[in-house]
Design a protein around this ligand. Sequence first.
Ligand code: ATP
Length: 676
Amino acid sequence: TTLASPTTKDLYPDWKPGEPVPYAALCTTFSKIEMTTKRLEMLALCSLFLRQVLRLSPDDLLPTVLLMINKLAADYAGIELGIGESLIMKAISESTGRSLQHIKSDQNEIGDLGLVAAKSRSKQPTMFKPKALTVPGIHKAFLAIAKFEGQGTQGKKVDGIKKLLSAADAHNAGKNIDITKDKGGPSEAKFIVRTLEGKLRLGLAEKTVLPALAQAMLSHEYLQKGKKVPSTTEIAQAESSLKSVYSELPSYEVIIPAMLEHGIMNLRENCHLQPGVPLKPMLAKPTKSITEVLDRFEGKDFTCEYKYDGERAQIHFVAHDADMELATAAPAAGKSEKGVSNIFSRNSEDLSKKYPDILAKLPTWVKEGTKSFVLDCETVAWDTEEKKVLPFQQLMTRKRKDVKVEDVKVKVCVFAFDILYLNGEALVNKSFRERREHLLDAFVPVEGEFAFAKYGNTNELEEIQTLLEDSVKASCEGLMVKMLDGPESSYEPSRRSQNWLKVKKDYLAGVGDSLDLVVLGAYFGKGKRTSWYGAFLLACYNPNTQNYETVCNIGTGFSEAILETLHSQLKEIVIDRPKPFYVHSSGNKDQPDVWFEPRYVWEVKTADLTLSPRYKAAADEVAGNGKGVSLRFPRFIKERDDKKPDQASSSRMIAEMYQRQESVTKNKGPSVDDDF
Ligand code: ATP
């Protein structure tokens, strides 16, 4: 057999070499993945399919991988689908000729718009056979739908979706699909709609697709060289190399072409962090006390930095005479006489439009000889008269978009605490001590504009205590304690690492860290609050099952002004029924008055944690007989608009907090359930 000819193992035989990847082939794979819950089987199916792509249509590898992880582009491009239910229902109705009422009642019954689309499409009589959809074609169409803006956007989006749905399931058009069988099977309409909703419901995450891609590439290279199968060691090497490249350079747009050019085993040498491609920031583990820090870092040298309370910012810069270019052109990159710069949020969103003032001043903080860099910083609101840090709430009053330098009222100061790249070289694998030296060498602080995070290197309890108190006096949240030397002190992108510990002032009492939770539902207010929602149902996220598990009702910590704003935000995303991936008690009296799409994340504090039959958070992990962990006396702190719902506190973290608390308070009496 030649490389191009189909093999018996192929998941989708009806696909000729050189043709664009048929979308039906991807949907067949998705459908097989949907039928299993085993991660290894999913991985094998993905890898098998990607091998076929590499063999028959390698040019389409990028859109295929993107659709598999349900993305249209790398995060920094800021392109998202997440189209609302009503728009999709309209498109289904108009493209299949079924009334909106029918579609709505189907949705009420089935609870999965994908299946509703599959059913509606299969009922439709067809006049002519539409042209089959392809992966690159559909990726392009999704991009166009996501990018529409300005007047008439909604109509354009509906038209775009209608076109896709009319072409869906060309091979099955007119046939009756039984949506109760095989979860609706490989219907294209089903997967189109789920992609539009932003949720494929396959349990397929990047942690499966990434190793599948590495395996597929390695096997493909073997096949090309006429060799048999790679060894398990080689597979492990390929996987770890791709994973580590991806953590430094989370952009398939950059990695896939490089992988095809250099081969998977040479990828590591050829692909490094690049200014212009934001990496996911390293995060810290919470601790309850300074003594816990001393226990964890015993015998190691560490440093204590102020934990500034602002917004994380990753600043990228390339000077015009740096002999290189910014790897991506984020739309609002700041250009100056000296060079081009970008600023990214914790979520890799482009913040250039929010902070043009930072981008304008940036070149003045850079020493001669500093030609390119990636900085990890916190932007903090700054009191220009008192010359000190202002609380986080001040920063939140800044506009997020289209800010003009001349209009900026809330000034910010950038506090830099790490440097990940300098003058053409990635520094992430250097020790923190070295990175800090580079940082201090390459920049000049300017009062009220740019500063280095304050720190003290000490292992003495009293001195750390003093630093903590001083940090709080300086309006900081507490301390970040970081390992200084050796491989443990390297920068670990996207990890909540043991080597960074946070000690917050308010840890010293209560449960410790605050939680970031997703709003799933609300209750109408009573008394003064009748025009708004008075209380809300919150949930944590379980990345393993991709479910949202409820954790508390909350009615405290809201001012009237906030309740009013929240109401106007939330009423836009009301849905008729809970999503199938919401896990909550089924008791009648436990149901909220309205349900929402999972969109908003709120930071919440709690007095302590307890088990409750009413909530389901971490129910599988705490062995509480179906009871979940819930928060007692939860209090609203603020909205976290820098976090997406799937970045909310995880069930695992809540289970750990509960277990830690239990081991401390074992001998206390039973706790009561919350009530508001
Ligand atoms: P939090 O609600 O505490 O900000 P988080 O999940 O956003 O939690 P953590 O890992 O808990 O992030 O805390 C680290 C955050 O603290 C960073 O994301 C950054 O925004 C901020 N920060 C402030 N000062 C520092 C510093 N000196 N070093 C590292 N991070 C700092």
